[in-house]
Design a protein around this ligand. Structure first.
Ligand code: SUG
Length: 429
């Protein structure tokens, strides 16, 4: 049976802000308090989706979550009318206010961990609890409900206990000879609850080993086809808060930085061994040396957060952020990569996703990969697929309704809440 990889991208919401909410995410901290551009942000993301849909890649849209999340404020004991509690939060707890307005749900790579029915008994989703950051943890409930609605044919597990911090597919990569062939699952964690491991000194690790282990067990994955590795503490300290900021894979290819994992040599050996046993072929792994692209350049350019796409006509495309083009050394590395016959990447396309990048979200952060059989694809809720019609409709609604510029204070202006509520009725979601 033929399998496809579908990209489910999050639509940016009209209250997209730069609030510096993610300690350990350098871009988020650097842009704290900058004026944001929700309209441009949403259009940048939408153009990326359209580009891939036009290439014949399966593309779907995850709707924006309703924000400000007033329920989250009421849960913190704020009382009064909607406008009143918003005003109170703004005055009394500005960080909380920004958290309930954040459009962080746009980074759907963190929405869930997904197993395909080629590795698991069914297509399975475990929505991420995102419990390491408050503003992200409030995404989980809506995400879980939406995933059920979009993929009614799949199995949906509950989010893990918040104690097991889980950041979803940003720390999971499926490697297989083709989307239609069984492969191996690569999970990367940052810390352990039960074991004493090397720890980062500057920034927090966000994924618990025990969260990854629980998902592996719950999804019924075969341990001979799973590799579980610890993220490099050095990388976390340089601002690599998720594995998808330092390594990425597609099909039979793994692209990773010299400082991606603790015990990197053994991790690579295990990946190669298990891949060969499963696929009967060699995994192509490309290590990018620190003197080719330094950790700092990796974090600034988000080279490893590029999307690598298997093209319908063969070969692979690297969909990279324009920040990669802007760094001469990273650009030179990409040029070398695409001209080398030793790997399947043959093309590069640079995208302006600056509004997302300034919060630490590159091309791959904006999408959740779902590998599905033709039959599973036919059973998904088709109204979430990006058609030309949906694209045009979203584009005109964004242009009409999203603020061009936004600062937190705009959100408490009289009338803003009502306007936002109308926008969140964006159909046909
Ligand atoms: O969780 N940034 C997000 C970026 C997520 C990127 N996702 C992946 N790497 N897959 C985060 O740190 C910043 C929001 C702010 O500061 O306003 C933020 O939430």
């Amino acid at each position: 049976m033929k399998y496809y990889e579908l990209n489910l991208d999050g639509l940016v919401g009209p209250t997209h802000l730069f609030s510096g909410l993610s300690y350990g995410n350098v871009a988020s901290e650097t842009h704290r308090g900058a004026v944001s551009h929700p309209r441009a942000a949403a259009l940048q993301g939408l153009e990326k989706m359209k580009f891939l849909a036009d290439l014949g890649i399966k593309q779907a849209v995850m709707p924006a979550q309703p924000r400000p999340d007033l329920q989250a404020l009421r849960a913190q004991a704020f009382q009064g009318s909607d406008q009143e509690i918003l005003q109170q939060a703004y005055e009394q707890n500005f960080e909380l206010f920004c958290s309930v307005c954040s459009s962080s749900f746009m980074w759907t790579a963190n929405a869930a961990t997904v197993s395909s029915s080629l590795e698991a008994e069914a297509l399975i989703f475990t929505p991420a609890n995102l419990s390491s950051k408050f503003h992200r943890s409030i995404e989980a409930q809506y995400t879980a409900a939406k995933l059920k609605e979009i993929f009614p044919q799949a199995k949906h597990h509950a989010t893990l206990n918040p104690e097991l911090r889980d950041e979803g597919a940003a720390n999971h990569t499926r490697l297989a000879p083709a989307h239609s062939k069984p492969g191996i699952d690569f999970f990367v964690y940052g810390y352990s609850i039960n074991e004493k491991l090397a720890e980062p000194q500057n920034f927090p690790a966000r994924q618990a080993k025990e969260a990854s282990q629980t998902i592996i067990t719950n999804h019924g994955l075969d341990s001979n086809r799973v590799v579980l590795a610890q993220q490099s503490t050095k990388a976390i300290d340089a601002g690599v808060f998720h594995n998808d900021v330092i390594s990425t894979g597609n099909s039979n290819l793994l692209l990773y930085h010299e400082f991606s994992f603790e015990n990197q040599t053994q991790v690579l050996e295990e990946l190669h061994h298990k891949y060969k046993q499963t696929a009967g072929k060699e995994l192509i792994s490309i290590e990018v040396k620190n003197d080719e692209v330094s950790l700092e350049q990796a974090v600034k350019s988000y080279l490893f957060n590029s999307q690598i796409i298997s093209l319908p006509a063969g070969g692979m495309l690297l969909l990279a952020a324009i920040e990669c083009q802007g760094d001469p050394q990273v650009k030179a590395y990409i040029d070398k990569l695409i001209s080398s016959p030793a790997n399947p990447i043959t093309q590069v396309k640079y995208f302006n996703l600056r509004e997302s990048m300034h919060n630490g979200g590159g091309p791959a952060c904006l999408r959740l990969r779902v590998v599905m059989s033709e039959a599973e694809l036919n059973l998904m809720n088709q109204s979430y697929l990006l058609t030309d019609e949906l694209y045009e409709s979203l584009k005109s609604q964004i242009k009409q309704n999203y603020p061009e510029e936004l600062s937190p204070g705009d959100i408490i202006e009289p009338g803003f809440l009502d306007k936002i509520r109308k926008q969140s009725q964006i159909s046909p979601f």
